[in-house]
Design a protein around this ligand. Structure first.
Ligand code: CMP
Length: 143
């Protein structure tokens, strides 16, 4: 089944903080670098401990980040996951499961590195989001 094309993905990216400062043309070029993948509710997208080269941006739907049966975070439209393994090459730190029908734009690690090198202005809002997640993790009750 055909998913959204690069133009539609670029339009969705226009509403995402990491990409909203870019021109339409740049967003479209970036959108073409990745592919759109759909997941049914209940599907595990990322497996804790597994190897992974994909960075995921949620275009539609909702996912849960789960570790040892605990929900660490719920992420939705415009939010990303999978960046940790893409950045350091280590195994996936948690499961990420689609809780509703979900559509993601997926970028492989070498394209992700190229994206940040070519458009470093994307990095700061991403780092801010990571800091926010770290603060939330620090204030979460110990398991
Ligand atoms: P990665 O380790 O590649 O795969 C699992 C992903 O879950 C991880 O990247 C992050 O994107 C996400 N993740 C892990 N821990 C947390 C957390 N505490 N809060 C939000 N997202 C997380």
């Amino acid at each position: 089944m055909a998913g959204p094309g690069a133009s539609e993905v670029a339009e969705m990216m226009a509403g995402v903080p990491y990409f909203d400062g870019l021109s339409d043309k740049t967003r479209k070029a970036i959108a073409k670098e990745g592919r759109v993948i759909s997941y049914e509710a209940g599907r595990t997208i990322v497996d804790e401990g597994g190897a992974g080269v994909g960075f995921y941006l949620v275009l539609e739907g909702k996912v849960e980040v789960r570790k040892s049966g605990r929900v660490l975070a719920t992420l939705g439209k415009g939010q990303f996951f999978g960046e940790m393994s893409v950045i350091d090459g280590q195994p996936r730190s948690a499961d990420v499961v689609a809780v509703t029908a979900t559509q993601c734009w997926v970028l492989v690690s070498w394209s992700f590195a190229g994206l940040l090198k070519g458009h470093p202005e994307i990095a700061l809002p991403m780092i801010k989001e990571l800091v926010k997640r770290l603060r939330a993790a620090q204030s979460a009750p110990a398991s």
